[in-house]
Design a protein around this ligand. Structure first.
Ligand code: NAD
Length: 329
């Protein structure tokens, strides 16, 4: 990027923020993206780089400083006691190596990572009281989400009762598998209805419904990967996932604990090749410091945890161009 004066940089920053805000509104609130994710990611990166070069232009309202979602006005609101954050992302193995080196520098030694597939859906929080599902909510802006309890009651793989009468909150991804998505779009096209651009938007549009019977028909699924404030006996992310599976949650079994970045690269290569064969969509892999005490020590920024990062795959060739699709949910 050629040198800009501060005034020129400010104009550029404001232009990029306005563009990203309008794309984010279409994506998060309307479940109707108007550009591909990789275009959004490139423009986001431009804004991030400009803000890093001209820190005086950083603003708490910028999309780089806050979780990029919001709530639909017709759904009841839920306050997240512990914010539902976004995640940092990288697009190359070199950047992942830098992340690993940063972590080692911060904690002073090498660490184990739990490596998981990055499921292409929307975050969902599930709260249980005395083992009974009492509330489900979306991420929203990270602090205030939408109440989707009635909808979650119709998602088959979500346990409505746990085998133990415990109070817990877990979080994970709500998604629509590829076959269900293809069938839904086929039926909608047949009925002259607008089709969904991708399984992520179909899942978001199907969960965030006032009429929970619509959600029931859409056959959504979940992968649960976070235990919020687990008991002291749970000391690692890997153990948390195994224990949540024992409690009846649907967890993704491809995740594994790895102790070197080269093994992480092998995991990436494997799923870059096998991605199209999976029955559900993934848009990358997630690398998480496995030790929960270290996670707590590393903490979060206002937007992202410092102990995890997403490596995003390049876009798949068959991805649809979405600009010309008309939307309804
Ligand atoms: P993100 O979707 O890139 O990553 C964070 C999310 O990953 C978490 O909230 C969680 O829901 C999910 N996730 C999936 N698998 C996970 C796992 N195993 N462990 C932990 N989390 C997991 O971040 P974001 O802030 O939700 O969204 C930003 C991204 O959304 C952008 O990078 C862009 O690709 C896309 N986006 C696209 C548009 C568009 O117009 N196309 C607009 C806004 C955002």
């Amino acid at each position: 990027m050629s040198e800009l004066s501060l005034a020129q940089a400010k104009l550029e920053v404001l232009k990029l923020r306005k563009q990203l805000d309008s794309w984010a509104y279409a994506y998060y609130v309307q479940d109707a993206p108007v550009v591909e994710d990789n275009i959004y990611d490139q423009v986001y990166q431009q804004l991030l780089e400009l803000e890093q070069k001209y820190p005086v232009l950083i603003d708490p309202d910028s999309i780089t400083q806050r979780v990029g979602g919001n709530t639909k006005s017709d759904l009841a609101k839920v306050v997240h006691e512990q914010p539902m954050l976004s995640m940092g992302d990288v697009f190359s193995k070199d950047e992942l190596l830098e992340f690993d080196q940063r972590i080692q520098k911060m904690v002073g030694h090498v660490v184990d990572y739990n490596v998981e597939l990055k499921i292409d859906g929307l975050s969902l929080s599930l709260e249980y009281k005395a083992g009974k599902l009492v509330r489900a909510s979306t991420r929203g802006n990270g602090h205030i989400g939408e109440d989707v309890t009635a909808n979650a009651m119709h998602i088959e793989d979500i346990p409505k009762f746990l085998p133990q009468k415990i109070d817990i909150e877990v979080r994970g991804e709500c998604y629509m598998d590829k076959a269900t998505f293809a069938k839904l779009n086929f039926e909608r096209d047949d009925q002259g209805l607008a089709i969904f651009a991708n399984p992520r938007n179909a899942a978001a549009g199907s969960l965030r419904q006032l009429d929970a019977n619509v959600t029931k028909k859409r056959q959504l699924s979940t992968y649960i990967y976070t235990w919020v404030n687990p008991p002291e006996t749970i000391t690692s992310q890997h153990q948390a996932i195994l224990t949540m599976a024992e409690l009846g949650f649907h967890t993704n079994t491809t995740g594994c604990k790895l102790s070197s970045i080269n093994e992480v690269f092998d995991f990436i290569d494997k799923y870059t090749n096998q991605r199209s064969e999976l029955t559900y969509g993934i848009d990358g892999i997630v690398l998480k410091v496995d030790d929960l005490a270290l996670q707590a020590k590393l903490g979060n920024t206002v937007k992202i945890p410092r102990w995890e990062i997403a490596y995003k795959f390049p876009p798949e060739e068959q991805e649809t161009v979405v600009q010309n699709i008309v939307w309804t949910v």
